[in-house]
Design a protein around this ligand. Structure first.
Ligand code: B1N
Length: 817
């Protein structure tokens, strides 16, 4: 049991909060009030460790990581905090004594969703691992007033509801007004001459006050509490309505509006760059505040700014925080008066960049006009970085304009953020082995040839504390009973389960747990979707953001095909299957939204057709998010990881399924490659084009989906059902765009951009293999247990240790209370 926690004190604290905050006794309290009272009691326990941790950091003068990210998809804090104190049984008891159920209380917490998908959730897993391993780190981000929208399904369509997560206050955050700092936008740069030296000052700007809120990040059982610091924006000067100066009044109103809009909402795009001015404002806002604060904090205890990089490292979570490079330069040049070379050395020794995608539509490129208008001084610095870099290119490759064209930071009227991030830092990493190889050999080939020493791979990972210990208590207890609890902080230890994979009794126990978890999910689906599903059927799950490259469309086309087979032959011998989908589509992504409608239309027809004897069910789970994800992973038999090879940088859902004993049905893409390597190809279902084949088709052409359409009757039949009203009798044209996207060259550069028809036959065969394999329960149980047993590599603890070893060079800290 953990140091800071005492059951009786905790109970008193809950009762005290109930009285003080709500003026209520426990028997009158609502669940929501109970949640608040418990959350504040938990914060009480945290706070001493939080203070102690930072005292220790200061005492040891540690090197600190700043993980700069536009997104942190934290999920609920209460349950995880309690687990981190190893106080879960006690808290459960206290609540039962007070007449409440811990699960129901946890359910009251809003799910802080300050992120879109994998990239934001990865940031959250990294913070969990950093604290658990005892490394000094801050997460730095934005306190969006509205997080990821809540999804409702109405008449089969996605409807977006604002996520007002701060409505009732958030008990775990602390406002730190003392660290508020000004961030400036617009205006112009004036050159001032002072004793023979030039100084650059920004004038005529608008500014906002960045005010940080801190959230505790609790290490597992080690007294370490790190900080997620998210910035709110406030107007800098309250203005008076009777202001004489019209200009001042106008400016004050504008600044007030700027502050309000800047942190208003998370852009709900995953793997897509929209190029909106407000987005660049958001980026500079939180970066300027974070970098200013980091420099100030360092200078409070050090006198030599030249050694800044010895105590600080900035990790850029994709290109979104790349203005950190010119912002650090600005501070060093303009505020500390360093020379360009001095400032450049410090900056490039401080910054490191992670690339998360090669999708070209995600590449951030800002028009010079916008960039220089919004950030005039920053733009000057970017131009100078570019000028010097182009000079270097010309020295290395004399007369080679092609190299300049490809690698320049400012080119063709645009600022290219990836190029800036590569040039401005000392490390560039991809997020899975295959992804990094593609970066080195294709996307970033020229940079790799010029500076190979910067490039490295860090295969993603996930935290087993949330996705097994918290999300799947039954399996978690079973694992601990078999092999002890070391896996909680040392996941490779879970390999000890492998010896049980062949044991019939263990197989039975495992399958019973899976069954109970399926019952739990079935209950959730009944409650939230009103659909009855059979927990004895195969739960075949695809949950992730909706994107064409992730190919939810291929999944549903296969369901349509299966349904046709069943209609032809109602006696078809197949294991009953429940196809489960969960996905949010970016609000402006038409085709993705239409795909959701298609899935729901197919579900509507199939689920209501009694002639197929319930052999297929299709469920679209509304509002897929971290909290229900935990329930979904625990219940899955089949994990759909079916992106077009080369397109999914890593994937992390794939790892969460594996950890919970689902078998992967996937392409050789992203981290699937490494998953299969760990678990063995015989314990997964692999199909489809390889990344080399995809890349060759993309380069050389030679893929014609129409040929498949003409020659494959079953595929043709399914595609015709998209345009003959089979699933949309009131509007036969409804799915025409999807049909066109697969066959019609006019609708995109190349029909079937993501090789869906090409991979469909081999996908269907892999699905058949699954149907056969599931009939042998012992085989299936063995393969599932082996998936759990071989998931050790995919803990984010391993990923963090690699970042520390190769990039960050942090020292582990012990915190004694
Ligand atoms: O990052 C994850 C990977 O596991 C996924 O494969 C990858 O798709 C995801 C712009 C992104 N890449 N790029 C984004 C998100 C928001 C945005 O505005 C791009 N997300 C990923 C973690 O490495």
């Amino acid at each position: 049991m953990s140091m800071g926690f005492d059951k009786e004190t905790f109970k008193k604290s809950v009762l005290f909060n109930m009285k003080n905050v709500f003026r209520k006794t426990v028997d009158e309290a609502t669940k929501e009030q109970m949640y608040q009272a418990v959350a504040y009691a938990v914060k009480d326990v945290i706070i001493d460790e939080w203070i102690a941790t930072h005292k220790e950091y200061e005492k040891q003068d540690v090197k600190t990581l700043y993980y700069l990210s536009m997104e942190f998809l934290m999920g609920r804090a209460l349950g995880n905090s309690i687990i981190s104190f190893m106080a879960q049984p006690d808290v459960k008891e206290v609540l039962e004594e007070l007449g409440f159920d811990l699960n129901a209380i946890e359910d009251q917490e809003p799910d802080p969703a300050l992120g879109n998908g994998g990239l934001g959730r990865l940031a959250a897993c990294f913070l969990d691992s950093l604290a658990t391993l005892g490394y000094p780190a801050y997460g730095c981000g934005i306190r969006y007033r509205y997080g990821m929208f809540k999804q409702k399904i109405e008449n089969g369509y996605q409807v977006e509801i604002p996520d007002d997560w701060l409505k009732n206050g958030y008990p775990f955050e602390i406002r730190r007004a003392e660290y508020a700092t000004e961030v400036k936008f617009g205006g112009y740069v004036k050159v001032v001459r002072e004793d023979g030296k030039e100084r650059f000052v920004q004038e005529g700007y608008q500014s906002v006050l960045a005010v940080p809120y801190d959230m505790p990040i609790i290490g597992y059982g080690n007294n370490v509490v790190n900080t997620l610091r998210i910035w709110d924006a406030q107007a800098i000067n309250t203005f008076s309505l009777d202001s004489f100066d019209k200009g001042d009044y106008q400016k004050a109103v504008e600044q007030e509006n700027l502050a309000k809009t800047i942190v208003e909402v998370l852009y709900p795009n995953d793997n897509h760059y929209a190029g909106k001015e407000l987005r660049l404002k958001q980026q500079y806002f939180f970066i300027s505040a974070s970098v200013q604060r980091a420099v100030k904090k360092y200078m409070e205890n050090h006198d030599d700014i030249h050694k800044f990089y010895e105590k600080n490292v900035f990790q850029l979570n994709d290109t979104h925080p790349t203005v950190a490079v010119p912002e650090l330069m600005r501070i060093l040049l303009d505020d500390y008066g360093l020379s360009w070379d001095e400032a450049w050395e410090i900056t490039t020794k401080t910054c490191a960049y992670t690339n998360h995608t090669i999708m070209s539509e995600a590449l951030e490129k800002w028009p010079i006009e916008l960039f220089s208008r919004l950030l005039p001084r920053i733009y000057q610095i970017v131009e100078e970085i570019n000028r010097r870099f182009q000079q270097k290119i010309s020295q290395m490759y004399p007369g080679n304009q092609d190299k300049v064209r490809k690698m320049a930071i400012v080119y063709d009227g645009q600022v290219r953020m990836a190029n800036l991030a590569i040039v401005g830092g000392f490390s560039v990493n991809g997020v899975a082995r295959l992804h990094t190889e593609i970066l080195k050999n294709q996307e970033l080939k020229d940079f790799y040839e010029m500076m190979p020493e910067k490039f490295n791979n860090k295969t993603n990972g996930i935290t087993q504390r949330r996705f097994l210990l918290h999300g799947n208590p039954l399996l978690s207890e079973w694992v601990t009973k078999k092999i002890g609890n070391e896996w909680i902080t040392n996941l490779p230890h879970i390999h000890r389960l492998a010896v049980y994979a062949d044991d019939p009794k263990c197989q039975q126990e495992f399958m019973d747990i899976k069954y109970q978890n399926k019952v739990r999910l079935a209950r959730y689906i009944k409650e939230h979707n009103g659909i009855e599903v059979d927990p004895r059927s195969i739960f075949d799950v695809q949950v992730k953001r909706l994107h064409e490259y992730k190919r939810q469309l291929m999944n549903i086309l296969h369901v349509m095909y299966l349904y046709n087979q069943l209609k032809d032959n109602p006696n078809l011998d197949m294991v009953p299957r429940t196809f489960i989908f969960g996905a949010k589509a970016a609000a402006g992504y038409r085709r993705a939204k239409l795909t959701i409608k298609l899935i729901n239309s197919v579900a509507e027809v199939i689920n209501n057709d009694r002639s197929i004897g319930g052999k297929i069910k299709v469920v679209f789970i509304e509002d897929y998010k971290v909290s229900n994800a935990e329930i979904i992973f625990a219940a899955a038999d089949v994990s759909e990881q079916i992106s077009t090879a080369s397109k999914e940088a890593s994937g992390t859902g794939n790892m969460k399924f594996m950890l919970n004993g689902a078998l992967t049905l996937g392409t050789m893409d992203g981290a699937n490659v490494e998953i299969v390597e760990e678990v063995g190809a015989e314990n997964a279902f692999i199909f489809g084009l390889t990344s080399d084949e995809v890349i060759r088709y993309e380069r050389e052409g030679g893929y014609d989906p129409m040929e498949i359409f003409n020659n494959n009757y079953e595929i043709r039949r399914v595609l015709m059902q998209l345009i003959n009203g089979y699933y949309s009798p009131q509007d036969p044209e409804l799915f025409r765009d999807i049909y066109n996207s697969l066959l019609n060259t006019m609708s995109s550069d190349r029909a079937d951009t993501y090789f869906i028809l090409k991979d469909l036959p081999s996908y269907g065969e892999a699905q058949k293999r699954i149907d056969q394999a599931y009939r042998d329960e012992s085989w299936w149980a063995k393969a599932a247990i082996l998936n759990v047993a071989n998931s050790g590599k995919f803990t984010s603890d391993r990923t963090i240790l690699e970042y520390v070893r190769d990039i960050w060079h942090l020292e582990k800290v012990n915190v004694e209370l």
